[in-house]
Ligand binder design. Structure first.
Ligand SMILES: C[S@@+](CC[C@H](N)C(=O)[O-])C[C@H]1O[C@@H](n2cnc3c(N)ncnc32)[C@H](O)[C@@H]1O
Length: 289
């Protein structure tokens, strides 16, 4: 396990994933019913963009820093809300830097925690011992968050279906293993068998488009919305420059919000975005999302 999210925090992939995550949370939490959230691959929780790891790659410069510096006029509401969530986390560490991007960046568990209401439940899993310890420290004394140093795929089997019957499952693996797509597809199919009405958000890199197509076909979900973001000059530097988020059972109005936000984000970061919606005939789940 070599992957450390600290090298990549706040990059273009986080911008896509976390804008969508904030919107999913907002829409799912607008219903007056308890929600269960599972973050299977949670990372360290929060990141110092001026620290050694982020500083080594500078990836946040082409992601969150560029977005935070964009003019507010015409900014889609979902992006405004995402930037507000990032700024709220950054402010915990002191006053905002004048004109610059954030110095601290919230990982998915921090974004989830900030959105939850009393009574909602959140399980965050992280396998890497160092990042799991950082995550435990990030939420020390916070009884609303259950941090597990555990395999997120096993946790998915153990926690679904949740007693709340409403849930959001974020699956964000590091893709270090050659068979990650197959493992991921098996986990999603298993999750859907146990909890068909849950909302699932699954991040994936786009390097091999055939592998991505196989994966999306293999998860066989009727209500599947895919969002992709590709930076211009994709692949030139050998760095990842295209990724996607597959959202199963998206809540009402999520597609609309992303259809507005994604092209705008792509314009600011310098790239292209796509949104592929489920066919209109796909049946909505009976309950849950
Ligand atoms: C892409 S990062 C997660 C980033 C985080 N979701 C966010 O958005 O801020 C993937 C994380 O999964 C962890 N990991 C790898 N294999 C795992 C497994 N089987 N179960 C749980 N965590 C795992 C890695 O250590 C890494 O921290």
């Amino acid at each position: 396990m070599n992957y450390r999210h600290g090298y990549h925090a706040g990059n273009f992939a986080d911008v896509l994933k976390h804008t969508a995550l904030c919107e999913l949370l907002r829409l799912l939490l607008s219903k007056d019913k308890k929600l269960f959230v599972l973050d299977t691959h949670a990372g360290a929780g929060g990141y110092d963009l001026g620290g050694a790891l982020a500083g080594r790659t500078g990836e946040a410069e082409a992601g969150i820093a560029r977005l935070a510096a964009a003019p507010r006029a015409g900014m889609p509401a979902a992006v405004v809300r995402y930037l507000a969530a990032v700024a709220a986390y950054d402010r915990k560490f002191g006053p905002a830097a004048a004109g610059g991007g954030p110095r601290r960046y919230p990982g998915s568990p921090r974004l989830v925690r900030a959105a939850l209401r009393p009574g909602d439940r959140f399980v965050a899993c992280e396998l890497h011992p160092g990042d799991a310890l950082a995550l435990k420290r990030e939420f020390a004394g916070d009884r609303a968050v259950e941090v597990r140093q555990a395999d997120g795929y096993q946790a998915l089997k153990a926690t679904l279906p949740p007693p709340e019957r409403r849930g959001l499952v974020l699956i964000d693996p590091p893709f270090e293993a050659a068979d990650e797509f197959e493992r991921l597809a098996r986990a999603v199919r298993h999750g859907l068998r146990r909890f068909a009405t849950g909302c699932y958000a699954i991040w994936y890199p786009i390097k091999d488009t055939a592998a991505v197509a196989d994966f999306l076909g293999a998860i066989a979900a009727p209500r599947l919305l895919t969002l992709t973001l590709r930076l211009d000059g994709e692949g030139e530097s050998g760095k990842l420059a295209a990724c996607g988020l597959a959202v199963i059972n998206p809540p009402w109005r999520f597609e609309e919000a992303m259809a507005e936000a994604l092209p705008w984000i792509a314009g600011v970061l310098g790239g292209r975005a796509t949104l592929v919606a489920p066919p209109a005939s796909a049946p909505a789940p009976a309950s849950g999302a």
